[in-house]
Design a protein around this ligand. Sequence first.
Ligand code: ADP
Length: 199
Amino acid sequence: MKLIGLTGGIGSGKSTVARLLAERGWSVVDADQIAREIVEPGEPALAELVEAFGADILDEAGTLQRAELARRAFVDAEHTAKLNAITHPRIQERTQERFAEARVAGVEYCVYDMPLLVDNGLDRDMDEVLVVDVDVEERVRRLVAHRGLDEADARRRIAQQVPDEVRLAAATYVIDNNGVLEDLALQVDRVAAAIEKAE
Ligand code: ADP
């Protein structure tokens, strides 16, 4: 199985590329989805979060209120480290399980859709690294226009991520998404075909 890391700054079109690759028949492991799964009701990580940050992080139905957790966890480095110590090992474990399941199922191309792939040094574990690249100003514009963020928030989130040049340096393929969606689809086709041909 070939493991293909897919990353890009927020608003770059990474989710759109993941969708196109899924339509091609490639499997997709979604890091954001796993991060949500491991704190669902009944999961051990959720009980540990309650112990660490208080029962008020849950709503009446026992579901995690992410905003409330963020308010309590991101106050300082110590609390953030506590949050990470609870969630990160579970996320890693679940991710490895998904890769193992894909291998057992005979999947040939498994995409790991991970916004912080390079930020967290996980690019080194991938066979290929696809980086979706868009100019910062265009990303801000799309985040404001399509995702309803206000401009300051969009810029703040972009600034929290690894700089574009660091992400690009880790790429084995760069997908330029400054153009229209039809262009993006053509490039995804081209890159996917190159990876399939390299087998
Ligand atoms: P990411 O997952 O990297 O944060 P998305 O795939 O959600 O980014 O894309 C951000 C927004 O920009 C979405 O609303 C998406 O539909 C839109 N978008 C993506 N590519 C293009 C493009 N080439 N032209 C215009 N809008 C785009």
